[in-house]
Design a protein around this ligand. Structure first.
Ligand code: UGA
Length: 438
């Protein structure tokens, strides 16, 4: 059994590295030559905990990296499509990479004896696997789904920052297919990978596609819910949002995860998937009022942070403000749709002077803001002469901050959007989202 993986981003490369490390025979494909070079030199093209280790193991065992899609199609029994489906400026989903990959697979199928199972892992709106991807592959291959190839939807639930852990131990595998034989073959593959006890749900492709959006929409809803309660807490002296989250999280009907109030959800998935599903709902004639409110609540978080700063500094114009944490969450260098980006944009519009620090994401941020902001070489440099520091990403290094670290600030004002310093006795003015002001 040979596995092909088309698209070596977070999902594809983590999957390839885990499969290869376990000795599965894998060919990973990407059309970005620079990326291929980097991966072949045993270096992941982005930071992800444990990925380098697993990649090294996989390359030493049974992972081959290629930029030849024909080779993948000729040799592989399963071809996983893991290319990105980002958001266009217009807000629509960008299917161009998926369409191109489908066309390339279809064209290569013309010259191949194999009848592969093509597994769509990329996030796509309901109907895309059948109405778009299948049609493109049928047209370019001259074959028919169920005959020359079989197409199956198999959404992915891994999180950045724990991509390897999640790939090793998924809570569920969803298989959406049209014919029993291909569903059973994919089920057997996953049972071989994860053991017979792995929870597998079988459904049709459009339901599988919708499960992914429902999952991410629910996670975003939980975050916006707790952020809304957090905003309420803000004006009640002495109240603490984390105690509230801990208490309601004990109720098994609610659950404790994704109840951490903060600056809002960012990243390449939740914001994009919310926009896409809202757009899709409107297109089919429903009004997703709840999901729109989730999005609006998320946007309000940044406004609230700015208001907090303005309340203390009167105006932010020409004030030196330090932002700690640029990645959309800890343990990643990914700054896509990071809340810090939104905060910096807002503060720059108000003519603040911004200095930033992040243990991993400085380079990625530099490509967005170039010379409009100052990039500190160290935490102490970031805080020196600052008139306000805003903690945006809960990196471990920031949880260790202590009084002496704030010594050189011109005005000791700390705005902690994740409450990571809330238990400390700080010799500074300390404001935090979700902690009622006294
Ligand atoms: C998300 C989902 O969690 C994954 O299940 C899914 O597979 C993935 O999208 C995807 O569609 O590919 P990810 O974007 O990597 O994963 O990150 P999350 O852990 O979901 O965090 C998203 C944002 O929500 C971050 O900005 C994080 O700081 C924020 N968040 C998360 C909170 O503000 N509070 C919480 O309690 C949890």
């Amino acid at each position: 059994m040979k596995i092909g993986i088309i698209g070596l981003g977070f999902v594809g490369l983590s999957f390839a590295a885990v499969l290869g490390s376990k000795g599965f025979s894998v060919i990973g494909f990407d059309n970005n030559k620079k990326k291929i070079e980097k991966i072949n030199s045993k270096k992941p093209p982005f930071f992800e905990p444990k990925l380098e280790l697993f990649l090294k193991k996989a390359l030493a065992k049974s992972l081959e990296i290629s930029s030849d899609v024909q080779k993948v199609v000729k040799k592989c029994d399963f071809i996983f499509l893991t290319v990105g489906t980002p958001k266009l400026k217009s807000g629509h989903i960008d299917l161009s990479m998926l369409k191109n990959a489908s066309k390339d697979i279809g064209t290569s199928l013309r010259y191949s004896q194999k009848k592969p199972i093509i597994v769509v892992k990329s996030t796509v709106v309901p109907g895309t696997t059948i109405n778009t991807i299948r049609q493109i592959i049928e047209k370019s291959s001259g074959g028919k789904n169920g005959n020359g190839f079989n197409i199956v939807t198999n959404p992915e639930f891994l999180k950045e920052g724990s991509a390897i852990e999640d790939t090793l131990n998924p809570h569920l595998v969803v298989i959406g297919g049209l014919n029993k034989k291909s569903i059973n073959r994919l089920r057997s593959f996953y049972q071989e990978l994860y053991g017979p006890k792995i929870k597998i749900m079988i459904t049709n492709p459009q339901t599988a596609e919708m499960i992914k959006y429902a999952n991410n929409s629910f996670l975003a809803t939980k975050i916006s819910f707790i952020n809304q309660i957090s905003s309420l807490c803000q004006s009640i002296p002495g109240i603490n949002i984390d105690e509230i989250a801990d208490a309601i999280g004990v109720d098994p009907r609610i659950g404790k995860q994704f109840l951490k109030a903060g600056p809002g959800y960012g990243g390449s998935c939740l914001p994009k998937d919310l926009s896409t599903i809202i757009e899709f709902s409107s297109k089919i004639g429903t009004n997703p009022v709840l999901l729109k409110a989730v999005q609006q609540t998320n946007d309000l978080q940044i406004k609230q942070i700015v208001q907090l700063i303005e309340k203390k500094l009167k105006s932010v114009k020409n004030k030196r403000i330090t932002i700690l944490g640029l990645s959309f969450k800890e343990n990643t260098d990914d700054v896509r749709e990071s809340r810090s980006t939104e905060l910096i944009k807002t503060l720059l519009r108000k003519n603040s002077k911004i200095t930033v620090h992040d243990p991993m994401a400085m380079k990625n941020m530099e490509s967005i803001f170039t010379n409009k902001i100052t990039y500190a070489n160290s935490l102490s440099e970031a805080l020196e002469n600052s008139q306000c520091v805003v903690i945006m990403t809960p990196w471990k290094v920031y949880t260790k901050l202590k009084n002496s670290d704030f010594q050189k600030m011109e005005k000791k004002l700390i705005v902690d959007t994740r409450r990571i310093l809330s238990g400390k006795n700080l010799n500074a003015e300390y404001l935090a989202l979700g902690l009622g002001l006294n």
